[in-house]
Design a protein. Structure first.
Length: 280
């Protein structure tokens, strides 16, 4: 009996790991909690000493102030359109490119792949002026396509897909499909896509979150209030004199909710895809 109880007793390293993970989780969640507290409090609570740590009762009232300042729901809709289209296009292009780099042999493949990866180290600010010039010449200023087109080619997505396909899609399966007369695109659609669904979910979370949080390029391209995304619209509210921090953080709080919902949905897809793969 003593031996079994002793065997079930958690080790010190395990307890320490749980403690450290709990602390890290609390530190990660605290900014969201503080944002909620400020969104429910008057503006004076932002700089109060001691700081306010309990939620107030002004969440709806502060949000009504946001609605009076900007067209919140139109801006949210614009952001959802941008992020959804960017995510779908990036997943399609990255998976096709990753499939080509992982399973095809062609001249200059390694050089081209290295060149794509090198673009990841270029600061976004460095290309801001030439990119703005090109978008202006194309007549895409103050349009959602002008915001989206810059994010369609995602080097990180290509890298992740290439690595995942290299390890998860057997060469024998592709060779067998070619012997059956399948074209390269049919192999991609019928064999590769079902296998890489977990990678799709992971990359989808990364791309959607990055597009949702992007501000500099959207602020540069968009000037028309009707076309503003939620990030640009909230920036216009925060730039006013005598800023109401309760109102601003209320808008930020409600703007974060769709992102959390999408994140949870993609996580469920990710887990279900792994479970289906293990059952099969």
């Amino acid at each position: 009996m003593n031996k079994s109880e002793k065997g079930r007793k958690p080790s010190f390293s395990k307890i320490l790991s749980y403690v450290l993970l709990s602390i890290a989780s609390l530190l990660s969640l605290f900014p969201f909690y503080w944002m909620f507290v400020m969104a429910t409090s008057p503006s004076s609570a932002y700089n109060s000493i001691p700081p306010t740590i309990t939620p107030g009762s002004l969440l709806i009232e502060n949000f009504k102030k946001v609605l009076d300042k900007i067209d919140f729901f139109q801006a949210m809709w614009n952001s959802l359109i941008v992020c959804s289209i960017v995510t779908v296009v990036v997943l399609f292009i990255s998976s096709l490119a990753g499939f080509a780099f992982a399973k095809f042999k062609f001249r200059g493949k390694n050089i081209l792949f290295t060149a794509i990866l090198l673009t990841m180290i270029i600061p976004p600010q460095l290309g801001l002026i030439p990119q703005y010039f090109l978008i202006s010449k194309a007549g895409l200023l103050d349009t959602l396509p002008g915001v989206m087109v810059l994010f369609f080619l995602n080097p990180l997505g290509i890298f992740l897909m290439r690595q995942y396909i290299s390890q998860s899609v057997p060469d024998e399966l592709i060779e067998a499909a070619k012997l059956d007369g399948c074209s390269n695109f049919k192999i991609y659609r019928s064999i590769v896509l079902p296998i890489i669904l977990p990678a799709f979910a992971t990359l989808g979370i990364i791309v959607f979150s990055a597009a949702w949080g992007e501000f500099l390029w959207q602020f540069t391209v968009l000037r028309d209030l009707v076309m503003c995304t939620i990030q640009v619209a909230l920036a216009k509210v925060s730039n006013t004199q005598n800023a109401d921090f309760g109102m601003i953080l209320s808008g930020v709080f409600w703007a974060t909710i769709p992102l959390l919902i999408v994140f949870l949905l993609f996580n469920r897809l990710f887990i279900s895809s792994i479970t289906e793969g293990s059952v099969k």
